[in-house]
Write a protein that binds this ligand. Structure first.
Ligand SMILES: [Mg+2]
Length: 378
């Protein structure tokens, strides 16, 4: 459903951006490469009333998952986006997309700044982000995304560990040469588990015969087998596979989602707020999927406690009918930058219900992992 009650307008005093280097508990490998440290930008938007709102720009160090990357986002945020927000006399969160409209692209940067403004406005009103979005659940089922391991034996071991922790759905990353044997190993070790694979754009339509062999593993879906702009090829591939195709990288907006659905390129959608320019657009996509009877779930970008709290709230909307990648914080980080990191309980992550995002910043940890900082003032 659309946002029922708009948030209050706020007058911004300053916007602070920080680049963080947050060590990962284990390397995370996808078809794009390996990360050992999560480089991410955290945004603090302070109102003239002294209320701080927090957001997270989920870009990565390199433009690999998308064309956006840390220092591209840093530049556009400090040069254009933050000054545009500070130039406004007062601003309601719902007006942020219009303020950013003159600037093409850079959706992750826009989404991170928008979240900070939403959080500031909701904290001002003592309203939770979950209720603002229209969430109905108090906890969300938690899936885990498992990177490519040394070999299928190591993969099965890693998956077993996550199943022991209670994760209710397993997703494994695949790439050419690390697809059929990896999937077969996990499926034969755990015949009954909800299992899906994520190719992160690593294939072309010429690989259709290989991808069709995944049909025998009874997967929930295959995520983004082809390139971001291969919408027509995804529609052609869908005709060749029994496994449902779920687009991730390709779904950059509600318009892109509508087009992909109309063309039959996808029958499930992974929503990531950063990828689509913010949580308001993410809700629009969820609404679209709900109206079309298409399952939707919440993906992840190795978020800190800020984005993780926001994702748990988004995933609690009624449209989200499949478990998402909203894992516990300790799946990625030994110590998070919030004082109440997401934990796994009975396979679920709680939806924060305090004001704004419902989490508080661990100031010492934030300071310890900050490698760059810039404050812009009105
Ligand atoms: Mg994905």
């Amino acid at each position: 459903m659309p946002i029922a009650a708009p948030a209050a307008s706020v007058r911004l005093e300053e916007i602070e951006l920080r680049v963080l280097h947050l060590p990962l508990v284990s390397p995370f490998t996808t078809s794009f490469g390996t990360e050992t440290v999560r480089e991410v930008i955290v945004v603090r938007a302070r109102t003239t009333d002294g209320v701080d709102g927090w957001g997270e720009i989920v870009t990565q160090h390199m433009p690999s998952y998308s064309s956006e990357y840390t220092h591209g986002a840093w530049d556009v945020a400090t040069r254009w986006l933050a000054p545009a927000l500070l130039a406004r006399d007062a601003i309601a969160p719902e007006e942020v997309p219009a303020v950013f409209d003159p600037f093409v692209g850079h959706r992750m940067a826009k989404g991170g700044l928008e979240l900070a403004v939403v959080d500031a406005a909701l904290r001002t009103q003592s309203r939770s982000f979950a209720s603002y979005l229209g969430a109905e659940r108090t906890a969300v089922p938690s899936g885990v995304s498992v990177g490519i391991q040394a070999d299928p034996v190591a993969l099965v071991e890693t998956v077993a560990g996550y199943l022991d922790e209670g994760y209710v759905r397993i997703k494994i990353k695949i790439r050419p040469g690390r697809d059929l044997a990896d999937t077969e190993a996990v499926r034969s070790a755990f015949p009954g588990i909800p299992l899906q694979v994520d190719a992160n754009s690593a294939y072309t339509l010429a690989d259709a015969d290989t991808l069709a062999q995944l049909d025998r593993f009874g997967l929930l879906l295959i995520e983004q087998p082809l390139e971001e702009d291969d919408i027509v090829d995804h529609a052609a591939l869908a005709q060749r596979l029994k496994t449902p195709i779920c687009l991730d990288e390709s779904i950059t907006s509600a318009k892109a989602a509508r087009d992909a659905l109309a063309l039959g390129a996808t029958t499930v959608i992974n929503v990531k707020a950063g990828r689509v320019g913010g949580y308001l657009e993410a809700v629009r996509i969820a609404d679209l999927c709900e109206a079309a009877g298409i399952p939707v779930w919440c993906g992840g970008m190795l978020e800190t406690g800020i984005g993780r709290a926001a994702n748990a709230s988004l995933a609690a909307l009624p449209a989200f009918t499949l478990p998402g990648d909203v894992s516990a914080s300790d799946r990625f980080y030994a110590r998070d930058i919030v004082t109440e990191p997401a934990v796994l309980r009975d396979g679920h992550v709680a939806v924060p219900d305090g004001p704004g995002l419902g989490v508080e910043i661990d100031a010492d940890m934030l300071e310890a992992v900050t490698v760059e900082r810039r404050t812009l003032r009105r």
